[in-house]
Design a protein around this ligand. Structure first.
Ligand code: PGA
Length: 258
């Protein structure tokens, strides 16, 4: 990370876990042990039905609540979908876009781009996910693949908007597998992501954009990952479901030695 130029962000992705009642219980426990350090931004992206409970519980704190998806359209006949302005009205600050689990269910690069636009137009901070499969890594096309995903996701985004975007590098082979990328592997791709942003938007913006790592990040490996120069935080699945573990990751991000 580089606190001088960009924000450190620790974001939880609960995926399809916890009910509204369990959300309330988590927040009570979490608030009681939340670190005091103010160096990093903290987000919790919860299931849609848990958003009201999470927002209510975190109202007086600096924790931002987020969703895990949004629809690219403003309104209309999209049964089961949720528009970006609905998330804003419900109190969300963030939205995860293009998570590999959604891409696996059919979300395309064009869908991701449209959702990024919708999120930004409505004032949400998109956490845009990119990452390669194991087969792609083994074939040696990680850089090309991730570059393409970034270019597609950021297509047509204005210079005034790009500053609000957070990018998360999540190698698919590391998600939920317990197989974390080494700090060097993660740094290599995150550095390349910054290079792509530099080519698209210039050095100043590339230096200011936060690039997170995600994929089995936990309380044990967080410090070494966050100590890398181009890793500005984490998108955390499993370990964000347990208050003590999530707090330890926030504490790692707050270490003055990084
Ligand atoms: P994980 O999930 O931390 O459980 O690997 C990360 C993610 O998918 O965002």
């Amino acid at each position: 990370m580089n606190r001088k130029y960009r924000k450190t962000v620790i974001a939880g992705n609960w995926k399809m876990n916890k009910t509204p009642s369990e959300t309330k219980a988590f927040m009570t426990e979490f608030k009681a042990i939340m670190p005091k350090g103010r160096w990093c931004d903290v987000a919790l992206c919860v299931p849609a039905v848990c958003i009201p409970a999470a927002v209510k519980a975190m109202r007086e704190t600096r924790i931002g609540i987020g969703a895990q998806n949004c629809n690219a359209n403003a309104a209309g006949a999209y049964t089961g979908e949720i528009a970006a302005n609905m998330l804003v009205d419900a109190g969300c600050k963030y939205v995860i876009i293009g998570h590999s689990e959604r891409r696996a269910a059919g979300e395309t690069d064009a869908d991701v781009n449209a959702k990024v636009h919708a999120a930004l137009e409505n004032g949400l901070i998109p956490i845009v996910c990119v990452g390669e499969s194991l087969a792609q890594r083994e074939t040696g096309i990680t850089t090309e693949w991730v570059t393409l995903q970034i270019k597609s996701a950021l297509d047509g985004i204005g210079e005034d908007q790009i500053r609000r975007i957070i990018i998360a590098y999540e190698p698919i082979w590391a998600i939920g597998t317990g197989k974390t990328a080494t700090p060097e592997q993660a740094e290599e791709v995150c550095e390349n992501i910054r290079t792509v942003v530099r080519k698209l938007f210039g050095a100043k913006i590339a230096r200011a954009i936060s690039v997170l790592y995600g994929g089995s990040m936990n309380e044990k490996n967080a410090y070494d990952l966050l100590a890398q120069p181009d890793i500005d935080g984490g998108l955390i699945g499993g370990a964000s479901l347990v208050p003590e573990k999530f707090v330890k990751i926030i504490e790692a991000a707050n270490q003055p030695t990084i």
